[in-house]
Design a protein around this ligand. Sequence first.
Ligand code: ATP
Length: 226
Amino acid sequence: MPDNSQLHALYGGTFDPIHYGHLKPVEALAARVGLQNVTLLPNNVPPHRPQPEASPAQRIEMVRLAIAGNPLFSLDLREMRRDTPSFTVDTLDELRQERGPDQPLAFIIGQDSLLSLHKWHRWQDLLSLCHLLVLRRPGYSQTMDTPEQQHWLEQHLTDRPEELHQKPAGHILLADTPLVSISATEIRERLHQGRSDADLLPSSVSEFIMREGLYRNPNPHAILRR
Ligand code: ATP
């Protein structure tokens, strides 16, 4: 049974593949904020959007391998089971109903996602459902694109982790997490070029990618564009 009094953090992503840029900053965040558990939520990518290269089953298996034996992480497949788009706000609505109004909930995003948050479905509702914990990411601005967005950010900012445990939702923490210069795009490109993914993701995931022959052929999108 989940403990409804503790701050529970969720981390959504395509994880095509999962890598150290996902895992390392979150481990640091957990230590800093006092998170006991982070639930990874792999996305269902809707049919009209560019599809991940790995299948849903492969993306799930890579997440499983990456977190095996690490008690910080768990896996929630609810978005994968839907055949509709993964809107974070719908998932959070559902979790809020399951967990009740008082459970502190947080959604973890990278700085790039914060900068484009205003394009998310019902983004204004997110902070009534959860806190946002933002990971630093190399190459992305620390300030929002418009004065209105910056004002919105500053209205909700906190630098006190206690507040995240005391209130169910509503704060944004810009976490001082290590900068990790890795993206799934870069890993896929390296593998397409026959280069190594060493040190970019856990070796169990790397071995799975080899066994499955994933990301090996030239990128199909690149061929189409030629
Ligand atoms: P892609 O390169 O395919 O777009 P990605 O590496 O950005 O993928 P996603 O699965 O799309 O990975 O990202 C899930 C979440 O993880 C997003 O909120 C993103 O901002 C965050 N994230 C991914 N990589 C990093 C990183 N190196 N540092 C901090 N946050 C990251």
